[in-house]
Ligand binder design. Structure first.
Ligand SMILES: C[S@@+](CC[C@H](N)C(=O)[O-])C[C@H]1O[C@@H](n2cnc3c(N)ncnc32)[C@H](O)[C@@H]1O
Length: 272
């Protein structure tokens, strides 16, 4: 990561000293970015195509998805999504990279599904995405974390190389072969918010939540059973209580599902 930051510093000096030359080149159709060139909050380093493909596979991107790449660089992730038949959008601060991405999308024949906008990710609305991709820095990921956690449950987030602090990943991949640096990625699935009190028949379920991890107590027939191995993935909930595995689907104020023995169970969020 230090290399990532050093690259940023070196490129700032380089960029300042060559500013007029770069301005000329940038205006042309032959603009070629250089790896490590400065960006608003992070330098441009492209994700290796092998990792792009693995990230999209890890996020199960399909033609119903709308993928937004935060800091979209030369557009390779957005264009790769469009080639899969899905819609994708890139938000990129550098206008030259935006124009380059648009040319690349045209050349790939996917400009109808791959769009780009010049903008600051911290001032943009990306709430409509079903998948978010990023390759930023740990502190930028953590700045985005509360916004991401407010997205629709089930939204997938995939990050090249950098994690989300104490929000543990739901998945991880590493590519080898041609990829020599920045070759791993993490995935998270935005969890539904389930913390609080629920009634389960005559009993109750009391849940505490930290990101996708749950703890709590299931009280049935007056006996309190701590829950364990408890998790929310999107709108799917699973926990173990009193030796029984409960799985279910969260739909707003109701959870419905089955136990491992096939019995149906329903929980309703308690008023107040
Ligand atoms: C490490 S590169 C990743 C590019 C691309 N996502 C990829 O994986 O190939 C980060 C990109 O974020 C852009 N960027 C930096 N700060 C930004 C900001 N605040 N808003 C939008 N883009 C930003 C940079 O210009 C750069 O293109």
């Amino acid at each position: 990561m230090q290399m990532f930051r050093n690259l940023a510093l070196a490129s700032t000096v380089f960029t300042l000293s060559l500013a007029p030359v770069q301005a000329q080149t940038a205006a042309s159709e032959t603009y070629t970015p250089s790896v490590g060139q400065s960006g608003k909050d992070v330098v441009w380093v492209p994700t290796h195509q092998d990792l792009v493909d693995r990230m999209l596979a890890m996020a199960n991107v399909n033609e119903n998805d709308y993928v937004i790449d935060l800091g979209s660089g030369d557009g390779r992730t957005v264009i790769s999504v469009a080639k899969l038949g899905a819609r994708a959008h890139g938000i990129e601060y550098n206008p030259d990279l935006v124009a380059l991405s648009q040319r690349n999308a045209q050349a790939a024949g996917v400009a109808d599904r791959a769009t780009f906008v010049e903008g600051d990710i911290f001032e943009s609305d990306f709430s409509g995405a079903s998948v978010i991709t990023l390759f930023l820095l740990p502190e930028l990921n953590e700045r985005l974390r509360p916004i991401l956690l407010n997205m629709k449950p089930g939204t997938r987030v995939v990050s090249n190389s950098f994690d989300m602090g104490d929000w543990k990943a739901d998945g991880h991949v590493r590519v080898e072969g041609d990829c020599k640096s920045w070759c791993q990625a993490y995935k998270w699935v935005i969890p539904a918010k389930v913390a609080g009190e629920w009634t389960v028949g005559d009993g109750k379920l009391s849940l505490s939540q930290q990101y996708q991890m749950l703890s709590g107590i299931l009280t049935i027939d007056g006996a309190a059973h701590p829950i364990s191995d408890a998790k929310v993935e999107g709108t799917a909930i699973s926990f173990l209580a009193n030796g029984t595995r409960y799985t279910g689907s969260i739909n707003g104020e109701q959870i419905s599902g089955t136990t491992a023995s096939g019995a149906n169970w329903t929980a309703n969020r308690s008023a107040g």
